[in-house]
Structure formats: C-alpha cells, structure tokens
Design a protein around this ligand. Structure first.
Ligand code: C2E
Ligand code: MG
Ligand code: MG
Ligand code: MG
Length: 286
C-alpha cells in the first residue's frame, strides 16, 4: 500500500518501524534482567477430572512480574524472548521451578503431576533430555509425575529430530502432550510421528461447542480418534457449565478452564482432598 503514498509516508513508516524495533530491544534487555533477578514466576492452572471435579494435576504457565508495568502474559513477551535467544533459558527456568513446586505438592498429594510447556527452540536445543533428567533427579521425582507439552500449532521444521528427542524424554517415564490440537498445520502428521500420550484439544473448539454444530461434530470426532489411539484427551478453555455438560456427554474425561480455575500463583492451588463446589452440581443439571 505504501508505494502509492509518496516519499513522506516512507519516512513515517520507517520511523514507526524504528520505534517498534527500539521498543522490542528494550523489552529484550529487560527480559535478560528479569531472568537474572527473578522477576519471572510460574502460575499454575489445575487440570480437572470433569466428572468429579477433582484435580491431581496442573499446567505450569510462565508470567513476568515487570517492575513498573506489573504482570505480563506469555503471549506478550515470549515472541521477543525467542528473537533474543532467551526462550530456551526461560523454559529451563520454568522446568526447574515447576519441578521444585511439584516435589513440595507431592508430599501432600503423592499422585500430583505437573505439565510444562516446551518451546520448539528448546525442543531442538539438544538440552531437553539432560535437563529433564536433572530436574527429576534433583527434586526426587518419578518420570511419570511430569508431562511435557509441545504446541501443535508451531511448525516443527525437523519432525524426525523432534520425535527422537521426545522419545528420549518419554523413556524417562515422562508423558508427552500435544497442545492446542486442531489448529495447527499438520495435526494428524504430528499425532502419527510424535510419541504422544495426551492430546489437548484447542479451546477454539470448546468455545464454539455451545452454538456451532460443526465444532461439536469435530470435537467428538477428534475425541473418538484420541480414544481409538489409546490416548488421553484434555479439553482446554472450559468457561461455562454448558460446555462442561456437553464435554461430559461426549465422554471427555479431563479439562481445564476458567470455570474451574484460572492460572493462579502456587499458594492458591488447592492440593489434597477435593471439596465439591455448588457450580459442579449446577453444571451436571444442564
Ligand atoms: P497453552 O499452553 O495452550 O496454555 C493455555 C492458555 O490458555 C494459557 O494462557 C491459559 O491462561 C489460557 N486459558 C486457560 N483456561 C482458559 C479459559 O477458560 N479461557 C481462556 N480464554 N483462556 C484460558 P497463557 O498463560 O497466557 O499462555 C499462553 C501460551 O503461552 C500457552 O498456551 C503456551 O503456549 C505459552 N506458554 C506459557 N508458559 C510457557 C512456558 O513456560 N514456556 C513456553 N515455551 N511457552 C509457554
Ligand atoms: Mg500448554
Ligand atoms: Mg493449549
Ligand atoms: Mg497456546
């Protein structure tokens, strides 16, 4: 578009680009400090057994407590972190922090498990297997207490190399979860080539369940596919009792979403015996 607007427009455009680049550089410099000075923290979102409401698992989600701007969400700093080559360090930090937290929680609930997100950068870094082994050893955790999530929506250039790494991780007893399933480029190829244990159906399917019959048919088909492969299904982004009712009716056993809990700081996660809530009863009536 800019080509018809004359020279002046280019200047404005250049200036805006330069400002954006400068803003990103500042963010990246701040991120390096954030890592070094402990400004990152992990929020945990419970994964729930949909029928009972009980939870013995959580997903670890990174947050940045910015000294002046307050909490920043991952979508607003992970892309810049990736450009700056800091994403791998962030993932390593989250892995260790989550493992330490998990060891603490398992003293109260020995069945508790945590899922950690792995960026593609980390997956292909050559460090994941050793890092996971170290985290398990240092925190005295069995492999099956940990799940790693790889995002299906990100393009993995070397799928065979990724599969090899994930098989090595899996050999430690760790479960492999395919995240955001259904919105990526090659869902079925990933499902076929990666050693997957868990499939997390993307929240865009869940969101549309209530009013879009197509979303419902697709969700059910994916659920049946996942079950036919002997894998576990987790529904993402459950916000309404009605969605919960539909998921239960379709036979989806596990899920996470604001209906149960948003991601919260570790001290707010309820570990131990489950106390049923009124809304669970209400939901089962819909
Ligand atoms: P994800 O792994 O698919 O995580 C689920 C996202 O959905 C989280 O966003 C969570 O807060 C949000 N969510 C959960 N329940 C609901 C709901 O009911 N409604 C809606 N609208 N949203 C819900 P968050 O924490 O902002 O994270 C965004 C993405 O950033 C994650 O998506 C994941 O891909 C990435 N991410 C987060 N932490 C890490 C990390 O430590 N390492 C890496 N590599 N990526 C991370
Ligand atoms: Mg995830
Ligand atoms: Mg997801
Ligand atoms: Mg995501």
């Amino acid at each position: 578009e800019a080509k018809n607007n004359g020279k002046g427009t280019y200047k404005v455009y250049d200036r805006e680009l330069a400002a954006l680049a400068e803003q990103r550089r500042r963010l990246q410099a701040e991120l390096a400090v954030a890592l070094a000075e402990g400004q990152l923290f992990v929020a945990y979102q419970p994964v729930v057994d949909l029928a009972s409401g009980a939870s013995h698992a959580a997903e670890a989600l990174v947050r940045w407590r910015h000294p002046t701007r307050g909490p920043i969400q991952p979508d607003d700093f992970l892309p810049a972190a990736e450009d700056a080559g800091l994403l791998v360090e962030i993932d390593r930090w989250v892995l260790d922090a989550a493992a330490a937290q998990l060891a603490e929680w398992r003293q109260i609930d020995p069945a508790y498990t945590i899922a950690v997100n792995l960026s593609v950068a980390y997956l292909v870094s050559g460090r994941v297997v050793e890092d996971v082994r170290t985290a398990l050893r240092e925190h005295g955790l069995p492999g099956n207490s940990l799940t790693v999530e790889v995002t299906e929506s990100s393009l993995i250039a070397d799928l065979d190399a990724a599969a090899t790494t994930l098989r090595e991780v899996k050999a430690l007893g760790v479960r492999i979860s395919l995240d955001d399933f259904g919105v990526g480029y090659s869902s079925l190829t990933y499902l076929r080539k990666l050693p997957v244990d868990v499939v997390k159906i993307d929240r865009s399917f869940v969101r549309e369940l209530a009013w879009d019959n197509k979303a419902k048919v697709l969700f059910k088909a994916v659920l049946d596919l996942v079950h036919a492969l002997g894998l576990t299904c987790v529904a993402e982004g459950i916000e309404e009792p009605r969605q919960l009712g539909q998921l239960l009716a379709m036979g989806c056993a596990r899920g996470q979403g604001y209906l149960f809990s948003p991601p919260v700081t570790a001290d707010l996660v309820q570990i131990g015996p489950h106390r049923p809530r009124a809304r669970m009863t209400a939901a089962s009536n819909t």
